[in-house]
Unconditional design. Sequence first.
Length: 471
Amino acid sequence: MTAKQKNLMDVISALAKRRGFVRPTSEIYGGIGSSYDYGPLGIEMKRKLADLWWKQMVRKHENIVGIDSAIIYNPRTWVASGHVEGFVDPLVDCRQCKARFKADDLVEHAKRAKGVDDPPLTPDGSTLDPDHPSYGQLSCPTCGTRGSLTKPRSFNLMFKTHVGPVAEDAAAVYLRPETAQGIYQDYPQVVNTSRLKLPFGIAQIGKAFRNEITPGNFIFRTREFEQMEMQYFIRPGEDEKWLEFWKEERMAFWRDVVSIREENLRFHKHGSDELAHYAKEAWDIEYNFPFGWAEFEGIHNRTNYDLTRHIEYSGKEKDLQYFDDQTRERFIPYIVETSAGLNRGLLAILLDAYAEDDLGGETRVVLRLDPKIAPITAAVFPLTKKDGLPEIAREITEDLKRNFNVFYDEAGNIGRRYRRQDEAGTPFCFTVDYQTKEDGTVTIRDRDTLEQPDRPKIEELPRILFDRLSL
């Protein structure tokens, strides 16, 4: 990895803060770790990504519908799902420098530790063994102090809170660590109201919360994040077919709809040591981030694990089975899940779009975002602040804002205004000049080519934008 690649995350986070994409929250109070606010450009881009996903997953398919489930569920939900028991990471602290690590993240460190001939690992080599004779010989990966690591202790990743006026154990609940469980609990009612027949899907976009031990890499891993999930209910025995179908559909979305470069995308299949407790088979769509390949969407074969567990813990076997009107049989459907991180997807798009162009000795910073996802679709400039040009530019702006997010700017010379829009990823700039007053035409400047090939009439601008956005 080059120095430039290593630094790209810092460059993007600085650009995101400077231009109003993303910034740390609560900065006037010193902030809070790995929590971020989305500014005017960031929220526009995030909403566009979510809208594109919804259009692709729900509007495109007549057998997929959407819901919006609550953030706080009955706490027995998380017992049934396995999160109370299994959503736990062993945590290790350094007594010297106070650094904190997941025990599983120290496995490779233990294998390479100098002066430790027999690494302190469990027999299968999957995690640390604190009772191993050589455990005390390990050094801290951060400060290097030997023998400073505590024994692993359990750490539940779910945020716990209380319902009601008194914080007592009987009222303990959790903020949801994933959005899928709301879909599983609601699916019988959704089937009845929407008259769905297998196969069918239920989608939702919403926030989830995980008390991550080691958050970081800007918005890649945060404690509060948004998921775009679709649970596809199918007949048992058809799971492998539909898993392959949704793998290709989801890769095509990021490659063809959002326009992430193909060389920066790949599939990763989970090995037996990676599979979640609910999964029969799982694949990740990974992006080549500056810190390495990492997952931002998962496609999982969850079989009937979740519904079976909810039947067991709720006693509602008949309610959670699917009834086939034609065959008159009841059974528990299998489920193929697609689960994408909205925040991670946004980060991948920003990184993929960032470029620095050399224009005759001057460096131009530009985000080559697909026009469909650019936060500002077009900017409108009057060439000067006089002779009625601002009034014409204002009229164009107001007309275009009926269908697009359009930005008006008259501050500074035209070159600086172009550069500001390049940094924001704005694909088109319309300039009102003196010829506009004569024939009602404007110039169009293309962000990527820097060309101004023609002068369309003002009334043609909405159609041009619709065509170029493929809307």
